[in-house]
Design a protein around this ligand. Structure first.
Ligand code: ZN
Length: 245
């Protein structure tokens, strides 16, 4: 099966449209979205609608969860919280009830699962940022692959014997996977990359051939920024798009 794995669109319609245009050419068998369709960006309803139209599986992200559960917002920084409150006012009732039904976890096929944050307890919204943190998470899923998002950093981890998982790929590129090994893979963020590369990020994965490609795409950042400012959202949320952080 040839998958396109997308995550963390965060209301950035310009970045999402660049990825969807790329998918027209790549023609994956299935599109899977790992959560955080909304939050930060100016187009929550439009992004949910586009994703609903293409994704066979859409997971719940922590920003969707915080829109639906106001008591969860205290853990967010002021910029994120302001965007979540704005998103809460913008979402149509139909999109809200669609988001409320998103699962925290999904099995894509035998041996391959997907979560937004971490396989241990998806509702903890833990960040897997370091190889040692990744190594611990291999205990908490079965099969050979768990896809995750949430950190906005594209990375391929392989399970190791020691205390730290091996980092096989960061940022972008292609890779052939070892059929004997286990992996944790993050496709990066479509709408708010945080690895100092501002281009949109997503993953193409062939689970039969065991090959993958993390693709980075330019998009009109200044248009996404202008929409954030026009919506009255914090200017920091516009500025960070240009530096990829
Ligand atoms: Zn996110």
């Amino acid at each position: 099966m040839r998958y396109a794995i997308l995550s963390d669109v965060h209301g950035n319609l310009h970045a999402l449209d660049a990825v969807l245009a790329d998918l027209q050419a790549e023609k994956p068998d299935r599109v899977v979205f790992l959560g955080d369709a909304v939050g930060y960006g100016a187009f929550p309803n439009e992004c949910v609608a586009r994703l609903r139209a293409v994704a066979e599986i859409m997971l719940m992200g922590n920003h969707e969860y915080a829109v639906l559960h106001p008591e969860e917002r205290t853990v967010f920084n002021p910029y994120a919280r302001q965007a979540i409150e704005w998103t809460d006012q913008q979402l149509t009732p139909e999109n809200r009830s669609f988001l409320a039904q998103r699962p925290l976890k999904a099995q894509l096929e035998a041996g391959v699962c997907a979560v937004h944050a971490s396989p241990h307890n998806p509702l903890e919204w833990l960040y897997i940022l370091q190889p040692a943190q990744a190594q611990v998470q291999f205990r908490f899923f079965e099969g050979w692959l768990c896809l995750f998002g949430h950190t906005h950093v594209p990375v391929v981890y392989r399970e190791a014997q020691g205390p730290e998982a091996e980092v096989l790929l960061l940022g972008e590129g292609t890779l052939r996977l070892d059929p004997e090994a286990r992996y944790l893979i993050n496709p990066g963020s479509v709408g708010q990359p945080r690895d100092q590369d501002p281009r949109a990020s997503y993953l193409l994965l062939d689970t039969e051939a065991r090959t993958l490609e993390i693709r980075r795409l330019p998009y009109p950042i200044e248009q996404a920024q202008a929409a954030i400012l026009a919506a009255g959202l914090p200017s920091f949320l516009a500025e960070r798009l240009a530096i990829g952080y």
